[in-house]
Design a protein around this ligand. Structure first.
Ligand SMILES: [Zn+2]
Ligand SMILES: [Zn+2]
Length: 121
């Protein structure tokens, strides 16, 4: 008869060896037999959970830009050579920048490789 390994078994009362109930909402688990109490934190181990917070404005802006590029290029097509792949024909759209001094910015999107160029007017 082989010896069984009890390492993965539920916790036992260190006082009398009775199987302890599973920890619930209580802060302590009490042995049914002898009343020995163990803090539920003993069941949680020593793992420290770190919370990653995504509130960095730069990463947020990067996400917005990605969504922007994922959009299908639509708009009037102009005879403009893509500086990236050499394809003739780019779709352009204009966008008003926040600063009035900078005026309008024209964005060109290559219909072949989706490369984007911008030109301030
Ligand atoms: Zn006990
Ligand atoms: Zn291109």
């Amino acid at each position: 008869m082989a010896d069984s390994c009890f390492e993965s078994d539920p916790d036992f009362c260190p006082e009398c060896g009775t199987i302890l109930p599973l920890p619930g909402l209580e802060q302590h688990v009490a042995c049914h037999k002898c009343g020995f109490q163990i803090s539920v934190h003993a069941f949680e181990g020593t793992e420290i959970l770190s919370e990653v917070v995504f509130n960095d404005p730069d990463s947020l802006r990067a996400t917005l830009n990605m969504e922007d590029e994922a959009r299908e290029p639509n708009g009037p097509e102009v005879d403009r050579k893509c500086s990236r792949c050499g394809h003739e024909g780019m779709v352009y759209h204009t966008r008003q920048t926040r600063s009035a001094d900078e005026g309008q910015t024209v964005f060109y999107t290559c219909t072949s490789c989706r490369h984007q160029e911008k030109e301030d007017s």
